[in-house]
Design a protein around this ligand. Structure first.
Ligand SMILES: Nc1nc2c(ncn2[C@@H]2O[C@H](COP(=O)(O)OP(=O)(O)OP(=O)(O)O)[C@@H](O)[C@H]2O)c(=O)[nH]1
Length: 479
């Protein structure tokens, strides 16, 4: 069965649950040989935990800073449900102008950004004290059903959670869905017959949707036969054949892809994840969100503020640490990032942390410096912990489209990237980039950012992603 048919069978027509075991299993695998025996657990990604307080109130070096952050209603803005289908023509207009496609940051907006990000963790300001501990219970309570990115515990909650995460993908991809539908509708509006012009326009439409040049060409070439083959005559049929082909190609290309985050074996910890990527891609935010989710799973988490280049970055990460209630190793702006990494690894080892999340700079004086710095940081980590880092995660801003692909190619050339975190999908109309990443970069997407809320960082699930992107059309095909 092709990938399109699998997704259709699992979700089509509004089904919330997979009817066959097509869901990827989230294997929390240890990186080395000890792994298979003891260090790996397998869990259905569709299952998630309802976060419960673990009672591990972590003390943090950042908590001496005191700030009161007012909770905002970001969630509502980011989670406007969309019930529109992919093909009908009227749907697209509003969405493309809704959210900014660029993520430029300025120092002057830093305070607002900090407040916004911290508020998504939503710890009650009233609980704040000037002591050095954060109340784990109130923090945990405030995380609105974050789906576990690495593990799952409750078999019984599977149905509900499949619903929830599918809905999260659905909401997070609304803009992309509208964007693609708009392009497809525009393209089909001019459809008369399947001729050379048709294929040229098709290629243009797909490239615009950010599926990538090579992918656009492959789809177009393969469809030359198939549109006729399948006797597609009406616009709707043609649209369906195009999407079906695109989805099947995507599924085939990912057959061997490992989308799971890898953790050190229990006895070989701590696990180290290094986050790299350009300025503003969402590294700090991702580290913050992930720390909250890992902590909620009972893990002892340490953050390392290795972006010493941008003064605000240290403060931003410290704010996340304080709010989430995890520890942080930081230094003064301008300090050597590798020395911060060294201190963090030392602390993580000595104090038995489970996971160390390392935030790095997105910009230095120039690209060569940046890449050299990352290499140096990695050397320091490996010297102290030979099996680490278990993941080097390249954070890409989905809304930057082809730019993100170019950035990825540069990072890939100099750094051993193990996976992609694709952020801001909620603010992008070009979710097609996921297709380009798989087909052109051959790097697995491991996490996706579907909004600014902590729970909006999700383990990547290809089936849900495809359904979120082409929901209307898949539902129609299923009925
Ligand atoms: N809507 C949305 N916004 C996001 C997402 N991830 C990050 N952001 C926002 O993107 C902006 C930049 O994020 P940062 O985490 O500061 O980016 P960075 O890569 O750490 O940037 P530098 O520290 O300058 O290298 C912030 O305003 C975040 O709130 C997401 O998935 N969705």
């Amino acid at each position: 069965m092709g990938f399109f048919d699998r997704v259709k069978k699992a979700f089509g027509g509004g089904k919330a649950e997979s009817t066959e075991p097509t869901e990827k299993k989230a294997t929390v695998a240890a990186d080395d040989t000890e792994n298979s025996a003891s260090g790996s657990t397998t869990a259905d990604l569709s299952t998630s935990e309802t976060v419960s307080a673990t009672g591990q109130a972590a003390s943090t070096s950042a908590t001496t800073e005191k700030s009161v952050v007012t909770q905002t209603s970001l969630t509502n803005e980011n989670k406007q449900a969309d019930e529109q289908s992919a093909l009908p023509a009227a749907e697209q207009a509003a969405s493309d102008s809704a959210a900014p496609e660029s993520s430029d940051q300025s120092l002057t907006s830093q305070a607002t950004k900090l407040a916004t990000q911290a508020s998504t963790v939503a710890t009650s300001a009233a609980n704040e004290t000037s002591t050095t501990s954060v109340d784990a219970e109130s923090t945990s309570e405030s995380l609105v059903t974050p789906t576990s990115v690495v593990s799952a515990t409750s078999e019984t909650s599977a149905t509900t959670t499949t619903d929830e995460t599918t809905t999260d993908y659905d909401r997070g991809l609304a803009k992309s869905r509208h964007g693609f539908a708009a392009r497809l509708n525009e393209f089909l509006a001019g459809f008369r017959s399947v001729d050379e012009d048709f294929f040229e326009d098709l290629e243009g439409m797909l490239i615009e949707a950010d599926v990538g040049f090579e992918t656009a060409m492959t789809i177009s070439n393969q469809l030359r036969d198939e549109v006729k083959l399948q006797n597609a005559k009406t616009k709707k049929q043609v649209g369906l054949v195009i999407v079906e082909k695109m989805v099947d190609l995507y599924g085939d290309a990912g057959a061997e892809e490992d989308n799971q985050l890898h953790f050190a074996a229990p006895t070989a910890g701590p696990t180290v994840f290094l986050f790299v990527g350009v300025n503003g891609a969402g590294k700090t935010t991702t580290v913050g969100k992930l720390s909250a989710q890992l902590k909620a799973e009972g893990k002892k988490v340490l953050l390392a503020a290795c972006d010493t280049f941008r003064a605000g970055a240290i403060e931003q990460l410290a704010e996340w640490a304080r709010r989430v209630g995890v520890d942080i190793v930081k230094s003064e702006p301008g300090a050597d990032p590798a020395s911060v990494a060294f201190e963090a690894v030392k602390k993580a080892k000595a104090e038995n942390y489970d996971v160390l999340l390392v935030d790095t700079a997105g910009r230095l004086q120039n690209k060569v410096n940046l890449m050299n710095e990352l290499a140096k940081m990695k050397r320091v980590i490996v010297r102290e912990l030979p099996a680490a880092p278990q993941e080097v995660l390249l954070v890409l801003d989905a809304s930057t489209g082809q730019n993100a692909l170019n950035q990825a190619k540069q990072f890939q050339a100099t750094t051993d990237v193990t996976g992609i975190v694709l952020t801001k999908l909620d603010g992008s109309s070009k979710g097609g980039i996921v297709i380009a990443i798989r087909n052109e970069l051959h790097l697995p997407v491991k996490l996706v950012g579907l909004g600014e809320h902590v729970g909006d960082l999700q383990a990547f699930n290809a089936e849900k992603f495809v359904y979120g992107l082409f929901k209307g059309l898949i539902d129609e095909a299923a009925n």
